[in-house]
Design a protein around this ligand. Structure first.
Ligand code: AMP
Length: 214
């Protein structure tokens, strides 16, 4: 049976990194609600502006709008088989909506928790930078680029620092995670669908743990 792989973890746990590897190496499409919302930045519509304001504050977009986006994206041809969700669901309502969607699509949900210590998360997020050309992720503390603030492969443009990766916004995002998303771990665990990987250490080791579970 095809699967909906749900990666759950606090912001900065490495959901995006692992989803991207599954996509690149196993051809499992990565569906990231955060990326889809960030892409809306280029649009100048009232809805796009509203999304930007909410994102910049570190809070969550409404469940219904998020669901609409997930539904539309997962109905594309490349998502006909197994796909990986990175950053969705994030609330109990979203988990319920996904339950119905997966059933409709004839897929089973497998949730994987990526667990990382709080102090480490702070460092990862506030130090995170990304290349605006290829999306490669760097970290000024743990994975600095070769040249100051420039991608190793695309030195023509400066690395970007997400507006919601500042210390103040990161605090709000972690609180939101604790309050709304963390309870989903218990929800998936109760139904025997939760697996867990240790999200600290080498990316390749974590990827190995993830692939063993999917
Ligand atoms: P991320 O890149 O996953 O950290 O997401 C960045 C921001 O996008 C979040 O702080 C939210 O404002 C918004 N967002 C992403 N995924 C969701 C979701 N499932 N529900 C609501 N808002 C979301």
């Amino acid at each position: 049976m095809d699967k909906v792989i749900v990666l759950i973890g606090a912001p900065g746990a490495g959901k995006g990194t692992q989803a991207r590897l599954l996509d690149e190496r196993r051809g499992i499409p990565q569906i990231s609600t955060g990326d889809i919302f960030r892409e809306m930045k280029t649009l100048d519509t009232p809805l796009a502006r509203e999304v930007q304001d909410i994102m910049a504050s570190g809070k969550l977009i409404s469940d219904d709008l998020t669901y609409k986006i997930v539904r539309e994206r997962t109905s594309k041809e490349d998502a006909a088989g197994t796909y990986v969700l990175d950053g969705y669901p994030r609330t109990a309502v979203q988990a319920k909506q996904l339950e119905d969607l997966a059933k409709e699509q004839g897929k089973e949900i497998v949730a994987i928790e990526i667990d990382v210590d709080r102090e480490e998360l702070m460092k990862r997020l506030t130090g995170r930078r990304s290349c605006p050309v290829c999306g490669e992720i760097y970290n000024i503390y743990s994975k600095p680029p070769k040249f100051d603030n420039r991608c190793d492969e695309h030195p023509e443009s400066e690395l970007a620092h997400r507006a919601d990766d500042t210390e103040e916004k990161v605090k709000v995002r972690l609180e939101t995670y604790d309050e709304l998303t963390k309870p989903l771990l218990e929800y998936y665990d109760r139904s025997g669908r939760l697996k867990k990987v240790n999200g600290e250490g080498e990316i390749e080791d974590i990827y190995r743990q993830v692939t063993e579970l999917v």
